[in-house]
Design a protein. Structure first.
Length: 287
């Protein structure tokens, strides 16, 4: 009797867990649609902006814009910004990003470079603080609804320091959203801006001049790169959480089926034993 009661308690407990994971899967699916739409909306803007900069780019302009200057050797001081989620229950999503950041830190420091750590998301910040690392920037207020304003707040101080020569490079580690099942950790060199592929020259009369246009467009290009990293990580997080909760729901269903089979066998054995005891008692009374 005690065994069947324990099995019933376990079945009820797993059923409640399955209800929770199913609900979380539905919430993640809803959020995934919203964040995926932001990723899709951000990509055409980035492509047009890159094409426009490529049309205006001239190697001679590189000396006039510190944001385009590339160090002659390996960077001596790098700002590494890691983007993770604030919450767990999304499988190995955060662990993969943290592993990528740890490997990148080791590679940069093994070359004798100095690394300044920046973080967005509670999981990554918590891990590296536990490992004894300090953060120059630690943002936990962005969540899965990043805005262009958030991207500007992150990039503006880094761009200013890069232009002043305080930083040689700015790198971002984020989750690239290919589809809900493919969200690989990705390293993006935000600064210096990669030399754009120069487009075929067309004899346009420009007003303002290409220099003035680039003065406005280059900071926007950097800000857009950060914004895309934020929205792609947010979409990747929800995709990973939906997959993890779907797997958990299916595992809970399998566990319930197994427990019910065990319960039915135990109950059947208990009934058989009770019948045997009744028959044995009746035979004893006859004797």
């Amino acid at each position: 009797m005690a065994k069947t009661r324990e099995l019933r308690r376990r079945i009820r407990s797993v059923e409640k867990t399955r209800q929770i994971t199913k609900t979380m899967e539905m919430v993640a699916t809803s959020r995934l649609k919203r964040t995926q739409d932001r990723v899709v909306a951000a990509r055409p803007y980035a492509e047009v902006l890159a094409d426009l900069i490529g049309s205006l780019y001239d190697p001679e302009l590189e000396e006039r814009f510190p944001i385009l200057r590339h160090p002659k050797g390996p960077p001596q001081k790098t700002a590494l910004l890691l983007i993770t989620s604030n919450r767990g229950l999304c499988g190995s999503f955060n662990a993969n990003l943290i592993r990528e950041a740890r490997d990148r830190l080791e590679r940069l420091e093994s070359r004798g470079g100095e690394v300044e750590l920046h973080g967005v998301g509670r999981k990554g910040i918590g891990y590296f603080k536990y490992a004894g690392r300090t953060f120059t920037t630690a943002r936990q207020d962005i969540g899965d609804r990043p805005t262009p304003e958030h991207a500007a707040e992150l990039t503006e101080p880094l761009v200013e320091r890069f232009q002043n020569g305080d930083l040689d490079a700015v790198e971002v580690i984020f989750a690239q959203f290919n589809n809900p099942l493919s969200t690989p950790p990705t390293l993006l060199t935000l600064l210096p801006i990669a030399r754009p592929e120069r487009k075929a020259s067309i004899n346009y009369l420009m007003k303002p001049s290409p220099e003035e246009l680039l003065q406005q467009l280059l900071p926007l290009y950097v800000q857009n790169g950060m914004y895309r990293a934020l929205v792609e990580t947010a979409a990747s997080e929800n995709g990973a959480r939906r997959t993890a909760m779907k797997n958990a729901t299916e595992s809970a269903g399998d566990m319930i089926d197994t427990l019910r089979r065990i319960y039915n066998r135990a109950r059947q054995g208990q009934i058989t034993q009770e019948l045997a005891e009744i028959v044995g008692g009746a035979e004893a009374l006859k004797g």
